[in-house]
Design a protein around this ligand. Structure first.
Ligand SMILES: Cc1cc2nc3c(=O)[nH]c(=O)nc-3n(C[C@H](O)[C@H](O)[C@H](O)COP(=O)(O)OP(=O)(O)OC[C@H]3O[C@@H](n4cnc5c(N)ncnc54)[C@H](O)[C@@H]3O)c2cc1C
Length: 280
């Protein structure tokens, strides 16, 4: 690893180590803890990496540098009881959701159990049928072409599992507005979200592989096609939830990719992959 004068730490790493699906080849990973280092890292074309929980990275890796926000952008420790709060984009969502509940603040219940960091959750407009991160997002701070800019959430045109960030933007921070409640009420509102999660696989995955088609569920369609347990190498359609592809241990990105294509081929309704694909 080398440390640049700006403070950015640079190392070539297999992205399999930085993604929840545990597949993906090497990339030059730039970890940055402040805006100066982030400006240096984004001075050339880059890909922004959050918690890596919605990514399929090719076995060959990626040519662009990969920029990951470090602890300097993780504010979960400083999150108090403010209802209107700026938080760093590397703040892990699970810790934030827990702390909001403990502080008696409502608004994040729907994103319980999503293993993202805040930047990745905004970039994907992460959510469940109970709500999305866009429900509480007011404003974002972005680094674009070396300049720090603020945009209202409305400028991101947040839709089902997507946001429209300006090209080449790195999300640095976001302002959320939560609603005063009590820890008990927030916990009660989380219960159905938690119950829905209970049936999901605990095995290595990147969450739901396909977007739900209008008015239907990708999991239901894949299950109805009899594809649970379908396997390519160590990549398998989960027996517990048909929209999860799990890595049984030694899966490669090529295995996962071939399995995605086979599922799409065998399901009668067109299914769109929800994951971001890097290196294809
Ligand atoms: C077990 C499991 C359960 C899941 N459940 C859900 C669920 O219920 N609902 C749901 O919506 N998702 C779910 N997911 C998918 C995933 O957690 C979400 O899509 C999440 O928003 C991805 O966030 P991340 O930080 O991991 O981003 P990454 O996967 O690292 O990146 C995703 C995208 O965000 C971009 N990005 C990340 N950080 C930044 C930044 N700072 N600036 C600009 N762009 C950035 C990346 O470039 C990429 O395009 C699940 C995943 C797993 C593994």
């Amino acid at each position: 690893m080398t440390t640049r004068p700006s403070g950015a730490c640079v190392a070539v790493r297999p992205l399999a180590q930085l993604t929840t699906l545990r597949v993906g080849g090497p990339a030059e990973v730039w970890e940055v803890d402040d805006v100066t280092a982030a400006r240096d890292a984004t001075s050339e074309p880059f890909l922004a990496l959050g918690a890596g929980s919605n990514l399929l990275v090719s076995d060959a890796g990626v040519d662009q540098r990969v920029v990951k926000l470090g602890r300097g952008f993780d504010d979960v420790r400083t999150f108090g009881s403010d209802t209107d709060v700026w938080l760093g984009a590397a703040t892990p969502l699970p810790g934030l959701v827990r702390r909001a509940r403990d502080a008696g603040l409502s608004g994040l219940e729907a994103v319980l159990g999503i293993p993202a960091v805040l930047g990745g959750a905004i970039a994907m407009n992460a959510g469940t049928r109970h709500g999305e991160i866009s429900d509480v997002l007011q404003e974002v701070e972005l680094l674009v072409d070396g300049s720090v800019e603020r945009l209202p959430a409305s400028a991101l045109d947040l839709q089902y599992r997507r946001a429209h960030l300006p090209s080449g933007a790195l999300l640095l921070r976001a302002r959320l507005t939560l609603t005063p409640s009590t820890p008990e009420r927030v916990a009660a509102a989380m219960a159905p979200v938690d119950a829905a999660r209970a049936g999901q696989p605990k095995a290595t995955s990147a969450g739901c592989a396909f977007k739900n088609p209008e008015g239907d569920s990708a999991g239901r369609l894949i299950d109805a096609a009899g594809l649970k347990g379908l396997r390519v190498g160590d990549a398998m359609v989960s027996h517990e939830h048909a929209n999860f592809i799990v890595n049984l241990g030694q899966a490669t990105a090529a295995d996962v990719d071939a399995l995605l294509a086979e599922v799409q081929r065998r399901v009668s309704v067109p299914l769109e992959v929800e994951w971001r694909r890097w290196g294809y």
